[in-house]
Design a protein around this ligand. Structure first.
Ligand code: NAD
Length: 335
């Protein structure tokens, strides 16, 4: 029976995993896995973590000293794990590569529609007895050009949604998809996508290459008044540059489900706490910025799939089986 310590546990994680397996023993910790909490993993065979747990070389070394051989991610992205250090410390890293790409894709479209039609504002107005339409003018999505950066599972699901709205889709990806090309997606260089898109949606992973892919220079290349949507990873976007562009009236609107410094904020109730992050505080003040707290994945269907695949990952680890969900330097050939 594998003993697994869960970190960053929320009520829904506990509800979904508890009593789902008689083959494993689970302990749920609310805290993140970090330098001063890693000791909690003592006596377990594996740790099960989420997007903002930091698995750097120091933490992985400590886990290995405690004979822990598995890091199971309850998510697809693995940019928070030092894969080289995991390999050096003989720790297997498994993830949930795809649970519901549609969940994130549909959330990206929800951000677009909300910003385009200002439904968040009308909802509040009507609740306050204000039925005026002043300053609620929106714009149609139909006929617009949407740029997609990263056309993997989520990017492709998003393109299917975007096409349904009658948009033209332009894309940039290091490895273009033949299927998407057949479906009428036009691949081009990033600069061209930036220059031609009315709405730009980011769906590539965070890597050294994509860190701050949206920065002062790339923002300047975007159309004046364009909308930027990021449901991928916060560090794809240079937040200071985005704030400047919004202040200069160049970027038209911004919808983010992820934020550069989200580790200090997201997945917690800070409503009674002073927010010390001046950048998010500034973003929250713009009337044309919409922020959600990393909820793109958060549907019933996704949580069921995350649970099913993570339990399979535990089984494969315990039975020393190969796993298609394993990520390692060897398999990725680039770390
Ligand atoms: P995927 O691996 O299926 O697709 C990623 C795509 O990005 C691939 O087509 C790849 O070729 C492309 N790519 C890689 N490097 C690139 C580069 N330098 N420039 C342009 N394109 C590049 O991944 P996915 O399942 O579609 O997920 C995409 C990202 O979405 C994840 O990495 C994760 O960060 C994010 N995500 C967010 C949430 C959320 O709740 N908001 C949930 C799941 C995933």
């Amino acid at each position: 029976m594998a003993k697994i310590a869960f970190f960053s546990t929320q009520t829904y994680d506990k509800n979904f995993f508890e009593n789902k397996s008689d083959k494993h023993h689970f302990e749920f910790f609310e805290t993140r896995l970090k330098k001063n909490t890693v000791q909690l993993a003592e006596g377990y065979d594996g740790v099960c973590v989420f997007v903002n747990d930091k698995l750097n070389a120091d933490i992985l070394k400590k886990l290995s000293e405690m004979n822990i051989g598995l890091v199971a991610l309850r998510c697809a992205g693995f940019n928070n794990v030092d894969l080289k250090a995991a390999e050096e410390n003989n720790i297997r890293v498994m993830r949930v590569p795809a649970y519901s790409p549609e969940a994130v894709a549909e959330h990206a479209m929800a951000l677009i529609l909300t910003l385009a039609r200002k439904t968040h504002k009308s909802y509040n107005r009507v609740r306050d007895g204000n039925f005026s339409l002043e300053r609620l003018t929106g714009f149609n999505i139909f006929g617009k050009t949407i740029g997609v950066v990263g056309t993997g599972k989520i990017g492709q699901a998003f393109i299917r949604v975007a096409k349904g709205f009658g948009t033209e889709v332009l894309a940039y990806d290091k490895y273009p998809s033949e299927e998407m090309k057949k479906n009428g997606v036009k691949y081009m260089e990033l600069n061209e996508v930036l220059a031609k898109s009315d709405i730009l949606s980011l769906h590539c992973p965070l890597t050294p290459e994509t860190h701050h892919i949206i920065n002062k220079k790339t923002l300047e290349k975007m159309k004046k008044g364009a909308m930027l949507i990021n449901t991928s990873r916060g560090k794809l976007v240079d937040t200071s540059a985005v704030i400047e562009s919004l202040k200069e009236d160049h970027l038209g609107s911004l919808g983010i489900d992820v934020y550069e410094q989200e580790e200090k904020l997201f997945f917690r109730d800070l409503s009674e706490v002073i927010i010390r992050d001046d950048q998010i505080a500034r973003l929250m003040l713009f009337p044309n910025v919409l922020i959600t707290a990393h909820q793109g994945f958060f549907t019933k269907e996704s949580l069921e799939e995350i649970t099913r695949i993570t339990l399979k990952n535990f089984d494969d680890y315990e039975n020393k089986r190969e796993s298609e969900n394993e990520v390692s330097c060897k398999l990725l050939k680039d770390c």
